[in-house]
Design a protein around this ligand. Structure first.
Ligand code: NAD
Length: 428
């Protein structure tokens, strides 16, 4: 295994494998990704020059179905990184009992430096290069960091142009008008809200007495913060890549969102930073300070590796809800568990996105359009059901919630691998 991040991700798997008796074949199969492709993404820039960017797609495991996982545009994207993200997708889909394996892709680029036309050319060029490795029954991409429904629409269209067929089910997270699903934009946050609500049930914790800090103010973070505020929680801090805003009495999250949306500049990305918003009163603090605030709930919704051995001892929240993928490292997790800080794992908390992606895929294949209430009801049922399953497994084995989530997912993958025949079967 080449990457430290992937090694760290495998830690949860090892712990789960100590609790469920799995086949040797399963252990062997999950050691490394099934496929990792690396290619060049050529783009004609507005000034006429040709530039090439690094493009990637990884399929980690497809035992349970076609690959499923987002496409990330970020300067730090590399193959090791994406292998880890694809590994998490494998377990997330299994945990939610979706008929998918795990995948992930990306382009090594700072998309904020591109014009809209360059961004479109980059997105179409990515599909040209990856077209042989994706498909409705092969591997189904979706949005991730710094990609959105506009980009998914271009990509779906490019795939249809290449295959000379209308095939919207190749990609999810599309605009509604192009076969997207109701609720998809808010799916990750809505799913996270159901998990938070379910986890807090039966505890003596009224929303208005519960303080929350949210790191990351994008698709997932800003919407989670909004839904928590609407439910009466006191959202005391939020942040984006440039810094954070803090107010002991609570921030007006809706106003902050408006500020970001109305000051977007010419890029499709918001140029404005939450810390610059003058109409919402609050103190400017750093992202590092946000993570160690004395709050009840901490919601990391930006990047991986945010809570590590270095700052885990300083975290003062009671519960961490991982909306981002992998924001708490395994070493930090151990330190937090020792101090009774609960970590609710990303493969559960942020699974609303892929779940509604699954609903979008079904709708595309059946030529249907579901009402928002139907999507929401089905999402709620799955998210609350999975939360209950993880909690019951944690109680049964007396383990933390992350290990429990991996136990549930691993048992499902193992059962499918066993059904194809293992060493015991072939040895007669
Ligand atoms: P996004 O691009 O919409 O937003 C990312 C946010 O993080 C932005 O506000 C950005 O300013 C902020 N950010 C970037 N670097 C930061 C840093 N160093 N410190 C603090 N903030 C920083 O991305 P998103 O779709 O909201 O994804 C956020 C996380 O949630 C990622 O880990 C992603 O994998 C995970 N996730 C997203 C979805 C989804 O459907 N959007 C689904 C599952 C998981």
């Amino acid at each position: 295994m080449s990457s430290k991040l992937l090694e760290d991700a495998h830690f949860a798997l090892k712990r789960a494998a100590e609790l469920v008796k799995i086949n040797a074949d399963t252990e062997e199969k999950l050691k490394r990704p099934e496929l990792s492709v690396k290619f060049s993404v050529p783009v004609r820039m507005d000034d006429g020059q040709l530039r090439t960017f690094g493009g990637y797609r990884v399929r980690y495991d497809t035992t349970l179905g076609p690959g499923k996982g987002g496409i990330r545009y970020h300067p730090k994207v590399d193959v090791d990184h994406l292998q880890t993200l694809a590994f998490w997708m494998t377990f997330k889909c299994a945990l939610l009992n979706l008929p998918y394996g795990g995948a992930k892709g990306g382009v090594q680029v700072n998309p904020k430096e591109l014009s809209r036309m360059e961004l479109e050319r980059l997105s179409r060029s990515y599909v040209n290069q990856v077209a042989d490795f994706i498909g409705p029954d092969l591997d189904v991409p979706a949005p991730d960091m710094y990609t959105n429904e506009l980009i998914m629409g271009w990509m779906a269209n490019q795939y249809s142009l290449i295959s000379r067929e209308h095939r919207p089910a190749v990609i999810t997270g599309k605009p509604l008008a192009l076969g997207g699903s109701a609720l998809r934009e808010r799916a990750t946050a809505t799913g996270a809200f159901f998990v938070i609500d379910e986890m807090l049930k039966g505890r003596d914790r009224r929303p208005e007495d519960t303080t929350v800090a949210v790191q990351g103010f994008g698709n997932a973070g800003a919407e989670v913060a909004t839904q928590l505020m609407e439910a009466g929680f006191r959202v005391v801090a939020v942040s984006d890549s440039q810094g954070a805003l803090y107010s002991e009495t609570g921030l007006n999250v809706k106003k902050l969102r408006q500020f970001k949306e109305q000051n977007g500049g010419t890029s499709v990305y918001h140029a404005a930073q939450v810390a610059d918003c003058e109409t919402v009163k609050g103190a400017q603090i750093s992202n590092a300070e946000l993570l160690t605030l004395d709050v009840d709930l901490l919601v990391p919704a930006a990047l991986e590796n945010q809570i590590t051995e270095e700052n885990a001892e300083d975290v003062r929240a009671d519960v961490i809800f991982e909306v981002a993928n992998g924001p708490v490292t395994s070493a930090a997790q151990e330190l937090l568990v020792e101090r009774d800080v609960e970590v609710v794992p990303g493969i559960l908390v942020n699974a609303g996105g892929v779940t509604v992606s699954y609903f979008e895929w079904i709708q595309n294949r059946r030529g249907e359009r579901w009402r928002e209430e139907k999507v929401r009801d089905r999402l709620e049922e799955r998210m609350r059901g999975a939360t209950e399953e993880v909690r019951a497994t944690a109680d049964e084995h007396q383990v933390d919630l992350t290990t429990a989530a991996y136990v549930v997912a691993l048992a499902r993958i193992d059962e499918a691998i066993e059904a194809q025949g293992t060493r015991e079967y072939y040895q007669g």
